[in-house]
Write a protein that binds this ligand. Structure first.
Ligand code: ZN
Length: 327
């Protein structure tokens, strides 16, 4: 539980109402890595369990995770979607929060889509927004270039609707979006490039609520720049792709090297759990969790270790309210 809850007990009713109504909302649409859980061609224990529980309602099947994406909004404003997963249509269908606003037969619940990279599991869902009247995309230069060339999603979308682009830092309604380029190269289908910004960590700050969220679903390293970037945030969602390198054993050496270059494991010295455990941030969550990761089983020793370190495991449909008591 956040220590920031306690000051609320001493507030007047009008101040309390203002804080409750002015909170930033964060909705986890999907918490799995590329392929989700179950992945169509995988018989690992997590995928098998997710398949066995397929008749349970989605909220009761703890093993099932669609591909990672979150949405954020300030009170009274449309949503900012962060990454557009290939599961976008089913994610929107399940969330009443993402229903189109009342008043017209067709209206978008989205103000914009921000991307942390332009890869398949974070950009493919853009194609399913083609029914809209226009799309605002926030991304870095290398991602914008990629989506117009080697993975030409924007080129395709422009046959259906205008696509406007903003670069970081950007203002979307009352949300300020800032990006920290990470040391990760281009996607495998792109030409090698020394350009930075293929993958970023995203920080979203709400002007109304004062709430601040950092989302980093692909984290190749923990740097001093990253430590500065996350400092003072209310909620940090971090790459939980792998527990350890052992999960990559069945893959080819080349694929292993490429994945490890993009995703730091959770466990062990230098892993993300060691770092997160020491961070004085009220909400710390793993997201973008691969189907092979043992933390997906709530009864597993790794899941317990994560919990004991004060870090949560994001799940599909998780809804958080954030505010800064100093705003
Ligand atoms: Zn699996």
């Amino acid at each position: 539980m956040s220590l920031r809850v306690h000051p609320v007990l001493f507030l007047s009713i009008p101040r309390l109402q203002r804080i409750v109504s002015a909170r930033m909302r964060l909705l986890v649409l999907g918490s799995g890595a590329g392929g989700g859980v179950p992945q169509w061609n995988c018989r690992c224990p997590n995928c098998t369990q997710a398949r066995e529980e397929r008749d349970l309602p989605f909220s009761k099947n703890v093993f099932r995770h669609t591909q990672a994406s979150i949405a954020l909004r300030e009170a009274g404003e449309p949503w900012l979607l962060v990454n557009a997963s290939p599961d976008l249509c089913s994610q929107f269908a399940r969330q009443a929060e993402l229903a189109p606003p009342e008043g017209a037969m067709r209206a978008s619940p989205l103000a914009a889509v921000a991307l942390t990279d332009g890869q398949i599991d974070h950009a493919t869902g853009l194609l399913f927004l083609r029914e809209g009247t226009e799309l605002t995309l926030v991304c870095t230069d290398p991602v914008w270039k990629s989506l117009g060339s080697s993975f030409p999603i924007v080129s395709v979308l422009r046959h259906f609707l205008p696509v406007n682009r903003l670069s970081y830092p950007a203002q979307v309604g009352s949300l300020l979006l800032e990006a920290l380029p990470l040391r990760a190269g281009p996607a495998p289908y792109e030409a090698p490039s020394g350009e930075s910004g293929h993958v970023v960590a995203l920080r979203v700050t709400g002007k109304k609520s004062g709430g601040c969220v950092v989302y980093a679903p692909g984290l190749p390293e923990i740097s001093s720049e990253l430590a500065d970037f996350v400092a003072g945030s209310d909620c940090l969602l971090v790459d939980g792709t792998f527990w350890s390198e052992e999960e990559l054993a069945p893959m080819s050496r080349e694929r292993r090297r490429s994945i490890l270059g993009s995703h730091l494991p959770i466990s062990g010295p230098g892993g993300t759990l060691e770092w997160l455990a020491k961070l004085p941030i009220p909400q710390k969550l793993y997201v973008h969790i691969n189907n092979t990761n043992p933390i997906l089983d709530p009864g597993s020793p790794p899941a317990k270790e994560v919990k004991e370190a004060g870090v949560g495991i994001a799940y599909d449909g998780m809804l958080l309210s954030l505010y800064s008591p100093h705003s």
